[in-house]
Design a binder for this molecule. Structure first.
Ligand code: GLN
Length: 237
């Protein structure tokens, strides 16, 4: 990161933004600004080269065919892999999470090559996972209980070099009792919602990784109320 600003690259809004995941970009900008940290956001279309100098790369959800196209273009471009090697933060949601792995299931369930930036493999599950998801995040990440919304057919297995992001309290997630995965500063999740709007603690984790230091706390009472409301709705069934 250059000393005075965070460069956010929103990868392929023309392919990977089916579920309103743009909200994640806005949350990062806002929470950085409240700490006096300026941001620059690049909305990177899929016919443009991936800049290697981003600090945080965001990938959203998408349907099967746009997901395959996005994976092919990102693999051909190589910029995201270079950015990861230089320590950039990557946050992938659902389709964007799956395509960070070694492979994922295409529209007929066929294996499609991913980017291999996370040690995970996804395939097609028996049933679509749709609904609220709640999870307790790996302790070392220091993020409070997460809530989100999932909508995916895929199931994901973690390899030895990826750690589960959260233990599922409610919902499906990866399908193995855990939700999401991370390795270094590359983190993926099945949570839409958008995830960072509902989970400011997760937004702050990405910002902390990007700036390399702790950040001053903010008043998150509104997000806290939303979390309580969603947890009550889940508990009520
Ligand atoms: N196509 C993928 C799946 O169904 C991702 C879906 C999504 O991004 N919501 O698993």
């Amino acid at each position: 990161m250059s000393s005075d600003r965070i460069k956010i690259v929103w990868i392929y809004p023309d392919l990977l933004s089916t579920y309103g995941d743009q909200g994640n970009t806005i949350v990062l900008e806002r929470r950085a600004a409240l700490r006096g940290i300026p941001t620059e956001t690049v909305n990177l279309r899929s016919d443009e080269p991936v800049p290697a100098d981003g600090d945080i790369y965001l990938l959203g959800g998408g349907e099967d065919r746009p997901q395959i196209l996005a994976a092919q273009r990102l693999a051909g471009d190589g910029g995201l892999a270079r950015a990861v090697q230089s320590g950039a933060v990557v946050f992938g949601v659902c389709a964007g999470y799956q395509l960070l792995g070694h492979e994922f299931g295409g529209e007929e369930g066929q294996p499609v090559a991913g980017l291999g930036l996370l040690d995970i493999r996804s395939g097609r599950g028996e049933q679509r996972a749709v609904g609220e998801i709640v999870g307790d995040v790996a302790g070392e990440l220091n993020v409070p209980r997460i809530t989100g919304f999932e909508n995916h057919q895929g199931v994901t297995q973690l390899g030895q070099n990826a750690r589960p992001f959260a233990r599922v309290v409610h919902g499906i997630g990866n399908g193995d009792g855990f939700e999401g995965a991370y390795s270094g500063r590359v983190l993926g999740t099945y949570m839409h919602g958008p995830a960072l709007v509902r989970n400011p603690g997760l937004a702050d984790l990405l910002l902390r990784w990007a700036v390399g230091r702790d950040l001053q706390p903010l008043d998150d009472s509104w997000a806290g109320r939303l979390r309580e409301e969603r947890l009550s709705a889940v508990a009520a069934g």
